[in-house]
Ligand binder design. Structure first.
Ligand code: ADP
Length: 516
């Protein structure tokens, strides 16, 4: 790969300029590593283009640029002006909605309306944190008659940010916006599967007026660029979203210089339907909660527990919803609900879990095969529904990250809570009931949790889940804090919590007269 730009034309006929290099110090650079990433469309398995792949030296250059910017020009820009820059970036991104969405449909496989929704998420998050930039207040704390202290929230410094492929732009926004609003500089590494939309977005950084080095974007592979960034001693904080095992690796790498860390990792989120629920509504949300985005959501409610008295009725409604809604096919076509899985690896992973479900004796009620997709090509899988799933089956315990749901029945409320909590993950949990007392008790209990006798792993499950939905599933909102407990992560993103995670508190002790 030598050139830094090319013109691409997507299958929907839209042409655009695609940067291919690394964005460092507001310049497009070739990777010194000489490595490249072949970017493939999951719709037809064809190569879209090759982009540069950063190596350790490139990451080091980006970190140095971010450090210079942090010490220099960025530190001289006040909080209100930082907010204005973020707003400008949001405005320019909004103008590019059609192009950015087209790229993510082509590169990620998500349907065009969802990809446009992701651009909306990007601009909303940028604007939300733009408003926060000049509202990060400290405290004044009195101690004794002659002493008090004040605190201020300071930026942490250079932040390394490593993001996954399921929401290329949304995940970039969740990481970049609060970090920048709080006055940090960043080096962001997109997922190797989906670098294209972020590179186009990067062309707007300079135009928005950000000084060089404030935002650096280094495409690259996880084990090279990602690991260099997470281990780099010039990086003060690392933020990561991805699988639990990679999160564990990143924690170890971050230990070099005791970096601040936030991790948002895997999940196996339960959705519980009580006998008094509005079943039609529950079946629709349950469908959305697992089948949206091809099931590639860390909070996907992939385990459904249904009260035995309404089990058959709910399963019928759910399958009716799958049949009615889940048109699988070309994500550029209006009316398509489900596109391909993002990559061959993910496609094979989902198919292997389908096989495990069959082998372990769950009842396959719908789907269960590859889908012919577009002319027999592409990484398409049928939406798949297993019922009568037992708690020890792999499809009930392990994160599949695809359109596969495991449905099971329960008898008592205590049993439902215990079985919901019986996982080493702790991200989301949804409950459907019309009884408000039960709903809030559930939210509390699932938070307080209890050591489950059913636990197949000796892990601490004193606390259950950190995101609870009452009568919905996978409702996300940039104003609401998001993140996991247990092995689903450390720290929070979004909301006020999302920006305080990019600050450190300084305390200044003031002595008005105490003498020694
Ligand atoms: P997946 O298995 O779904 O690709 P990962 O958690 O491996 O999920 O990837 C999420 C992000 O983490 C990607 O940007 C990837 O490149 C990066 N990554 C993967 N392995 C490492 C690693 N060892 N160190 C740092 N980053 C990594």
């Amino acid at each position: 790969t030598s050139s830094l730009f090319t013109t691409l034309t997507a299958p929907n006929g839209r042409s655009f300029d695609q940067p291919l290099g690394l964005f460092i110090n507001n310049e497009w650079r070739a990777a010194k590593s000489g490595d490249g990433i072949t970017v493939v469309s999951p719709i037809n398995e064809e190569e879209i283009v090759k982009v540069h792949a950063a190596g350790a030296q490139d990451v080091d250059d980006a970190v140095k640029a971010a450090r210079e910017a942090f010490k220099g020009p960025w530190s001289k820009i006040g909080p209100t002006e930082r907010g204005e820059l973020l707003r400008k970036l949001a405005d320019l991104a909004e103008e590019q909605t059609e192009t950015l969405a087209t790229i993510d449909t082509w590169n990620n496989g998500k349907r065009l309306s969802s990809a446009k929704g992701d651009v909306g998420e990007l601009t909303s998050v940028l604007r939300f944190y733009a408003g926060f930039a000049d509202k990060l207040y400290g405290q004044v704390i009195s101690t004794t008659e002659s002493k008090f202290a004040y605190t201020s929230r300071e930026p942490i410094g250079v932040c390394g940010q490593i993001i996954p492929w399921n929401y290329p732009l949304g995940m970039a926004a969740w990481k970049m916006a609060p970090a920048l609003a709080a006055g940090n500089t960043i080096v962001l590494k997109p997922a190797e599967q989906t670098p294209l939309s972020i590179l186009v977005f990067a062309t707007l950084i300079d135009r928005s007026g950000f000084p060089p080095g404030v935002i650096n974007i280094v495409n690259g592979f996880g084990r090279t660029a990602g690991a260099s960034l997470a281990g780099h001693v010039g990086v003060d904080k690392v933020a990561f979203t991805g699988s639990t095992n990679t999160g564990r690796e990143i924690m170890k790498l971050a230990a070099t210089n005791l970096k601040e860390i936030t991790l948002e990792t895997g999940g196996k989120s339960p959705l519980i339907v009580f006998e008094d629920a509005d079943l039609d509504n529950a079946s629709k949300w349950a469908h959305y909660g697992i089948m949206a985005n091809q099931g590639q959501i860390c909070t996907a409610t992939s385990r459904i527990l249904v009260h035995e008295t309404i089990y058959t009725k709910f399963v019928d409604l759910f399958i009716g919803r799958v049949k009615q809604t889940s048109k699988v096919g070309n994500p550029f076509e209006a009316g398509t609900f489900q596109g391909p899985q993002v990559s061959k690896a993910q496609y094979e992973r989902v198919l292997s879990y389908i096989e495990k479900g069959k082998q372990e004796g769950a009842t396959l009620r719908f789907g269960g095969k590859p889908h012919q997709g577009v002319d027999g090509k592409g990484f398409f899988v049928e939406p798949t529904v297993f019922t009568d799933v037992k708690d020890n089956m792999k499809i009930y315990r392990e994160e599949v990250f695809g359109p596969l749901v495991a449905i099971s029945s329960f008898t008592t409320e205590e049993e439902a809570i215990e079985r919901a909590n019986d996982t080493f993950y702790g991200l989301g949990a949804a409950i459907f009931t019309e009884n408000i007392t039960r709903a809030h008790q559930f939210a509390k209990k699932i938070e307080a949790g209890s050591e489950s006798p059913l636990s197949h792993r000796r892990v601490n499950i004193d606390y259950g889940f950190s995101v609870v939905w009452i009568n919905s599933s996978n409702d996300s909102d940039f104003r609401i804090p998001f993140g996991g407990v247990k092995q689903s992560g450390i720290g929070r993103e979004l909301g006020e919590a999302g920006i305080t995670a990019y600050t450190t508190v300084k305390a200044v002790h003031v002595n008005l007269g105490t003498r020694l």
